[in-house]
Ligand binder design. Structure first.
Ligand code: NIG
Ligand code: FE
Length: 442
């Protein structure tokens, strides 16, 4: 039933003046100071990142998991009869956040390495000495599926409580066929039982496992001939990632693994130019990768190639800080080059043990100079578009999935400005209230 007709009371015999018939809906979110969102289904690049839609006192009507209407509360109340109401209590409504780069399937933590870096050790040195990724590999191999699933579900809860409603999630701490499949199956099982949307990525080429030390090619062949076909056949991942780095996989390894993944129907996302300048951004462009992530060392040529090929930069502004590395991605230059960066946490136990996208927006502002609207676009629509989810997620618009973060912020400009606390008052996922903050001081 078209809502305008219900208000006017228009029946089969023409215009009527009887009681107004309102459409029953599942949920009305009201009481907000503003609703702020980028618009559209594709990524917003360059200066368009700064153009968002702000509706003062905006309210949202949701039904059957989708956004039915946005407008003033008074307008929506005339049209709809909600079963449930969620009061934003003067906060700002934002699209559910989308984290386009995470490594959440792990067991064990690495606070010892964190402390080694505080004493001056470098990330690559720790990795070369058998620590780093390989220490988490031990943890994952020794963990049962049930243990991994329980750990992952706790982390997904935390993501959700921080306003993240969709995560890309990588394997990459198993590094045997069985342990990589185990990690991806754990992601699949978590997705089936948790409200968060999970976009799974196979990262078998994350490090060379100890049993193949000094024999990288043997491991690459296992990735190519054993892991990738099984992962594709079982549809356990949408994307394939490679950690292209001086101490892991070179550009030729990355090219072969990515091409094989593409032949098997997977998209490609790549860890490139993070610790050393290898020209990974150009390779991402050559391969038609969906995203090139990290990019601390990307140069002008790399940016140009990415812009031409439409590769999404996925930046992780907390990682250099956490690793105590001085080189940072040229966030502002990427926008100025007409690209559409997303900002992500890179959540993992080694290089960034942090799950908050509001915090990432703050660091995007402080380190790259991203404006409030640019930061918001980077953790919502651009991230969703980089995951092939722009048509369904990433904005508050009619027809999109009802993923909304109800904050206690007076305006979206406070998102980056307020550091070190969660601004999330409630989270609506696919039209359902899945989290309400209850922490009032007694
Ligand atoms: O994105 N760069 C490779 N992978 C992760 C680090 C993983 C780890 O140290 O456990 C990253 O930084
Ligand atoms: Fe990463």
């Amino acid at each position: 039933m078209p809502p305008a007709d219900s208000v006017l009371g228009r029946g089969p015999s023409g215009w009527q003046h009887g009681p107004v018939q309102k459409q029953a809906i599942d949920l009305l979110i009201h009481g907000a100071s503003e609703l702020a969102t980028p618009l559209g289904t594709g990524s917003r690049a360059g200066s368009a990142m700064d153009e968002i839609h702000v509706l003062e006192k905006g309210a949202v009507a949701l039904d059957q998991g989708r956004i039915l209407a946005c407008g003033l509360e008074s307008e929506l109340r005339e049209l709809y009869a909600p079963t449930e109401c969620l009061d934003a209590e003067g906060g700002t409504l934002l699209p559910g956040f989308v984290d386009a780069h995470t490594h959440p399937v792990f067991a064990g933590t690495r606070e010892g390495e964190f402390e080694q870096r505080l004493a001056g050790a470098r990330y690559a040195e720790i990795a070369a000495a058998g620590g780093g990724i390989l220490s988490t590999v031990k943890g994952v191999r020794n963990a049962s599926r049930e243990e991994l699933l329980a750990l992952l579900l706790d982390r997904l809860d935390r993501f959700l409580m921080l306003g993240t409603t969709t995560v890309e999630a990588k394997s990459g701490y198993g590094l045997t066929t069985a342990d990589e499949i185990k990690s991806l199956e754990v992601l699949r099982d978590a997705a089936a039982s948790h409200p968060i949307d999970i976009v799974p990525t196979f990262l078998g080429a994350h490090a060379i496992p100890p049993e193949h030390a000094g024999e990288k090619e043997r491991y690459v062949q296992i990735v190519l001939q054993e892991m990738l076909p099984l992962v594709a056949e079982a549809k356990l991942a949408e994307y394939c990632d490679v950690f292209a780095e001086a101490h892991t996989f070179d550009l030729e390894d990355t090219r072969r693994i990515s091409r094989r993944a593409q032949e098997l129907g997977l998209g490609v996302r790549l860890h490139v130019d993070q610790l050393t300048p290898l020209g990974g951004a150009q390779l991402a462009a050559e391969l038609g990768a969906v995203s090139a992530d990290h990019l601390e060392w990307v140069d002008g040529k790399g940016m140009e190639a990415m812009a031409e090929a439409g590769v999404a930069p996925v930046l992780c502004p907390l990682v250099p800080l956490f690793l105590r590395e001085s080189k940072e991605a040229p966030g502002r230059a990427l926008i100025d080059a007409g690209l559409a960066p997303a900002l992500s946490t890179d959540f993992n136990p080694g290089s960034c043990y942090m799950q908050s996208l509001p915090e990432v927006a703050s660091w995007g502002a402080l380190r790259y100079g991203f404006k409030a609207a640019e930061g918001l676009t980077a953790i919502t629509l651009n991230a969703a578009a980089s995951l092939g989810r722009g048509a369904r997620l990433g904005t508050i618009e009619v027809g999109k999935q009802g993923d909304i973060c109800v904050t206690d912020l007076p305006s979206h400009r406070h998102l980056a400005y307020e550091l070190g606390r969660s601004p999330v008052r409630a989270v609506v996922k696919a039209g359902r209230v899945v989290f309400r903050r209850t922490d009032r001081i007694q």
